[in-house]
Design a protein around this ligand. Structure first.
Ligand SMILES: C[S@@+](CC[C@H](N)C(=O)[O-])C[C@H]1O[C@@H](n2cnc3c(N)ncnc32)[C@H](O)[C@@H]1O
Length: 337
């Protein structure tokens, strides 16, 4: 957006001040005139306050006509268009590109004000007792896939900060949790303490795990680009590039290889990422299916998801009337003989 308003010779510090203030203009609740005023005052020390003032005011003048979707990175839009071939879904996504889905809270007990599945409530001013925060799409992927698990005992190998483990626990599963990140585990433990739950979480690197007992059900909520949260976090699109996506894919494949190796025969892996990029979704499952001839993908029964080859993407349009959702990909894998 800025490129239209400044020259290539604009000093880097001025460019950064402009970027910070555009974020404030488009994403904060601070009045726009106050943002411009503060930016101008701040930039006086660099002797460029007139430039800052002129650029920000020009952008404010043009803001009605600034079509944000035109500023999506090209590749990003191409990929989104490929996954969501329906023009209705694409229109909705582009219209809401910078509209954060509402925050939801999931009740551990049924609740009469729930807007979805008797469990999902809007998160208005305060977190209700016995509730935890989660995107509605996150709820949907677990809700649709949990009945495929082979037993009531699940190994959640990328579990922190615990959104899915807590949900599964509340559905009656015994969840064995591991994660390799200290800071994420701290958040997980805080959630457990607040909710008065007793779920075992251990700090371990899943890729180094040795099998000590039978494992028939694995949840792999793999690390990814988080591109599926692009409306909540618009910066994810500009942070990602091909080489980072390829690096993610390598780790995701290593994790699935590991999960398949430690899984019992007839066991189930639920693979989830909050991404819509083929590199992290359908291509990962494709490569795994080519490599492991004893793996097949299962069909899901959900009118809230769209099937693409070997997995399912959340259909964001299905959550339009309840405040929006992030986009998740899920594929359920069964290990045969
Ligand atoms: C998408 S997040 C999981 C979110 C979590 N399942 C939830 O619903 O709240 C991915 C997690 O994988 C963890 N992780 C990444 N590599 C790992 C590894 N090799 N072993 C275990 N955990 C790993 C990260 O620390 C991160 O917490």
């Amino acid at each position: 957006m800025l490129k239209k308003y400044i020259s290539d010779r604009t000093p880097k510090n001025i460019y950064i001040i402009l970027k910070i203030n555009l974020v404030l203009i488009f994403f904060s609740k601070k009045p726009q005139h106050a943002i411009v005023h503060d930016a101008v005052e701040f930039s006086k020390q660099f002797d460029k306050s007139k430039l800052i003032n002129a650029v920000l005011r020009n952008i404010l003048r043009d803001q009605e006509n600034l079509k944000l979707e035109k500023n999506l990175p090209d590749n990003f839009q191409k990929v989104l268009d490929k996954i969501f071939s329906s023009s209705k879904i694409r229109e909705y996504l582009y219209q809401t590109f910078f509209t954060k889905p509402i925050d939801y809270q999931i009740s551990l007990n049924n609740h009469k004000e729930a807007i979805y599945e008797k469990r999902v409530l809007p998160f208005k001013s305060k977190l209700l007792k016995n509730c935890f925060v989660q995107d509605i799409g996150n709820y949907e992927v677990i809700h649709t896939t949990h009945q495929f698990f082979q037993s009531k005992k699940i190994l959640d190998v990328c579990s922190a900060p615990g959104g899915k483990s807590i949900l599964l626990h509340s559905l009656g599963y015994e969840v064995d949790c591991i994660d390799k990140s200290n800071s994420q585990i701290i958040k997980f433990k805080q959630n457990l303490k607040r909710l008065g739950l007793n779920i075992k979480i251990q700090k371990k690197d899943f890729l180094k795990l040795t099998k000590k007992q039978n494992i028939s059900s694995i949840l792999l909520d793999a690390p990814c680009s988080a591109l599926g949260t692009f409306r909540r976090n618009p910066d994810v699109a500009s942070k990602i590039n091909q080489s980072k996506l390829k690096r993610n894919q390598k780790i995701q494949i290593q994790m699935l290889d590991k999960a398949i190796n430690i899984l019992d025969e007839n066991g189930i892996i639920v693979y989830i990422v909050c991404s819509f990029h083929p590199f992290e979704t359908i291509n990962v499952i494709d490569k795994i299916a080519q490599k492991h001839k004893n793996i097949r993908t299962l069909s899901l029964d959900s009118d809230k998801m769209i099937k693409r080859q070997n997995g399912y993407f959340i259909n964001p349009l299905k959550f339009k009337d309840v405040g929006g959702s992030d986009i998740f990909f899920v594929s359920v894998l069964k290990k045969t003989k």
